[in-house]
Design a protein around this ligand. Sequence first.
Ligand code: CP
Ligand code: NVA
Length: 304
Amino acid sequence: MKKKSLLTLENLSDKTLDKIIDLSFKVKNEKEKYYKTLKGKNLGLIFEKPSTRTRVSFEVGMHQLGGNSFSLSPGQLQPGKREPLKDIARTLSRYLDCLVLRTFSHDSIVEIDKYCTIPVINGLSDYCHPCQALADYMTICEKSPKTKDVKVAYIGDGNNVVNSLLMLLSRKGVHFTVASPSKFAPNKIVVEKAMALSKKSGSTIEICKDPAQAVCEADYIYTDVWISMGEESSKKDASVFAPYQVNGDLLSKAKPGAYVMHCLPAHRGQEITDEVIESDRSIVFDQAENRLHVQKAALIHLLT
Ligand code: CP
Ligand code: NVA
């Protein structure tokens, strides 16, 4: 049987996507039932960038399913220096049952997956963040049982998080509008794919520059950092994002009662104000919690 991996949402079938989402609700609501599901299985995690949510939720999730987890530091493994990445991939496949990777370049994840004989999960790359989008969609389903009527507006940088949201929301019939400065609009190829998918699902995908236009009639306002991990020393000019701050004024232009989302970590005073992220409209910790449940579901799907 061909091994399964979770590198992007593009290569998950509709059936698999629905299976993971359904299972996420089951593992959340019937936690005890899954205590031994992955007994004896071992998960490795390699993070080239910092993490709080992804690392802890994968490790805790694996333990809650009866398995073990191991954090492997890139400093110890020294890929490309001590030995080629492909040798690390083939060696780890002899010990572990699954590998979670957070890398700078998405190509590294693709390369490792090519040589691993075990499932590989993308825990964020410069291209996408599939586990985050799954948790975000689960959170939206919890708040809005009829997701087909829902509009999500994303305000800010057209980054890895947006790429995964585009790939998921366009398939699930959720209306999705992105407002970004033109220089930082989302990846054109991903937008084209999302637009094609939206025709089948009945959602609408809109890319614009005006945050006020994007949030009009929105049920959810989502934002993320303007400078992602790995871009700190680049010449990216964060000042162009100033009109894209999610603040009280922008929130007042959305539907009354609209929810505010952020994948975290947040830079208060930049992409979002402290007042908005601390307000009762904010569901950022529900999103963070749901990382645990969707990732447990993904692990069960990949390992059983
Ligand atoms: N949202 C997210 O992936 O958080 P971490 O960077 O803390 O893992
Ligand atoms: N876009 C952010 C997401 C962090 C979870 C980054 O890549 O740093």
